[in-house]
Design a protein around this ligand. Structure first.
Ligand SMILES: [Zn+2]
Length: 57
């Protein structure tokens, strides 16, 4: 299953769509570098790592 990757905004605590997708089965082993994503909620830019990534249901 291809899932969208979300990260939680540290300011508003809301989920932010990163625009990236990942195959759920490959995610465990996937090597994701820290990325910056423009935040839809607070207007800032957040750097996130795989540890913080949340897969959308
Ligand atoms: Zn934010």
């Amino acid at each position: 299953m291809i899932k969208r990757i979300l990260v939680r905004c540290p300011v508003t605590k809301k989920l932010n769509v990163t625009g990236l997708t990942v195959d759920e089965e490959l995610f465990e082993d996937a090597k994701l570098k820290p990325k910056d994503v423009p935040c839809q909620h607070c207007g800032g830019t957040h750097s996130w790592t795989k540890k913080q990534a949340i897969l959308a249901r």
